[in-house]
Ligand binder design. Structure first.
Ligand SMILES: Cc1ncc(COP(=O)(O)O)c(C=O)c1O
Length: 415
């Protein structure tokens, strides 16, 4: 049995009552509560729990104490009133869509967001939501796509995979003209570098699978916002059953303990890697918001802090065969999807995260068949630079020491 009144209890106090030992001292780590249901002492206790008068749990789909502990921690990191944690980043995004959109609403999406949104967009269109896709590089002209029925603008900054930077404050101003909600996926930036709620977003979404967890061993999502949003999103989670399991919540809590240390190191490493790659023959269209030459740098300076994160994108050589040769030659940097982990990870988005898009969509906003996305980890920087250099020597253009070709549109051959 579950109890839809439940959120009012939690949303009114962010700090969960940590379970105590029989001796009254607090454990240093939130215990993993595996129970999916809880015995009621009597009917009066049941009433008090469901009316939100006392702290208590009834059923896992409603809530779980281990999950609740990480919700409170992520809310604090994002400067939010509260947070709902769920089974994955895409579950979080889909919960946002299902909670706030209805048939006839218009949704503005940027091409430059994680590829699975394309699949979710097909489901939303089936349910009667009207969707317009915009290039994130064109955010200054977003107003021309906004309609009276635009209900939501969803963006990532820096974006996946090309690390384009969108000015959150400016987009919020545009959204306000029609009262649209602004939702920002903060997975690439992380709360160490960017607080979208302070900049005007109504909601912040995370794939906590990435830097918040940080060790490639859990899948989770998070949505941070106001108490009122918590209630609405809690209702959706409770209805559809996307509550995170307690073990993953505990791993996430463990990841959060070192999150600021990891985020700081990743950003330092990434800046050093980007500065190095900018001088390397065979690399073009390098995108990292921390580089002064990057077109998103000025907006990034306005809205990011403590550095610019661990993510970057660039083209290798001239063909996909060049990019494959480069990726295959890397040893310290691992060929894998996902991001934000202690290990550096690299992938070719055209073949991975964007695989399910129609071919013309995959390249329409700047991704090329030989573009790679690099998530810089916490390894010693000398190891990372040496690894990149030895792999680049496999690329013909890099060997001939030609100048780094200028950034901008250029044809590419898939192979
Ligand atoms: C920016 C971003 N948002 C959301 C997601 C989806 O997260 P998950 O894989 O946890 O569902 C991803 C996945 O890579 C992502 O990169």
């Amino acid at each position: 049995m579950s109890s839809p009144k439940r959120p009012h209890q939690h949303s009114s106090r962010l700090k969960p009552a940590a379970p105590l030992t029989p001796y009254g001292n607090r454990p240093m780590v939130t215990p993993i509560v595996h129970a999916v249901n809880y015995e009621y002492l009597n009917f009066e206790v049941l009433r008090q729990i469901t009316d939100g008068e006392v702290d208590g749990y009834t059923y896992h789909r409603d809530d779980n104490p281990t999950v609740r502990a990480v919700e409170c921690q992520i809310a604090r990191l994002e400067g939010a009133e509260d947070c709902v944690v769920c089974t994955s980043g895409m579950a979080a995004c889909t919960m946002v869509y299902l909670t706030y959109l209805r048939a006839g609403d218009h949704l503005l999406l940027f091409h430059d967001i994680y590829g699975a949104h394309y699949k979710v967009s097909l489901i939303l269109e089936r349910l009667g939501v009207d969707i317009t896709w915009v290039d994130a590089a064109d955010w200054r002209n977003l107003a021309k796509h906004i309609r009276p029925n635009t209900r939501m603008i969803f963006l990532e900054t820096p974006s996946n995979p090309l690390c384009k930077v969108v000015d959150i404050r400016a987009v919020r101003k545009m959204a306000d003209r029609v009262g649209a909600m602004l939702v920002v996926d903060n997975t690439f930036a992380t709360p160490f570098h960017q607080h979208p709620l302070e900049l005007g977003a109504h909601l912040v979404v995370h794939s906590a699978t990435k830097a918040l967890g940080g060790h490639n061993d859990l899948m989770a999502g998070a949505i941070a916002g106001s108490k009122d949003d918590y209630d609405k999103l809690w209702f959706t989670r409770q209805a559809i059953g996307t509550t995170l399991d307690a073990y993953s919540a505990s791993l996430l809590e463990r990841g959060l303990k070192t999150f600021p240390l990891r985020a700081e190191r990743m950003a330092q490493n990434a800046l050093a890697v980007a500065n190095h790659l900018a001088k390397c023959p065979g690399i073009s269209n390098l995108r990292y918001p921390g580089l002064k030459s990057d077109e998103g740098h000025r907006a990034a300076v306005r809205q990011m802090r403590n550095g610019y994160g661990g993510m970057m994108a660039f083209d290798v050589g001239r063909t996909q065969a060049d990019a494959k040769r480069f990726v295959s030659a890397l040893k310290t940097i691992r060929h894998a999807v996902s991001l934000g982990s202690t290990e550096s990870l690299i992938c070719i988005p055209f073949l991975t995260t964007m695989l399910y898009m129609p071919p013309e969509r995959r390249t329409s906003f700047g991704v090329r068949p030989h573009s790679v996305r690099l998530s810089v980890g916490v390894e010693p920087i000398a190891d990372l630079l040496a690894d990149l250099d030895q792999a680049l020597r496999r690329i013909p253009q890099a060997k001939s020491r030609k100048r780094n070709p200028p950034t901008g549109p250029q044809p590419a051959t898939a192979s």
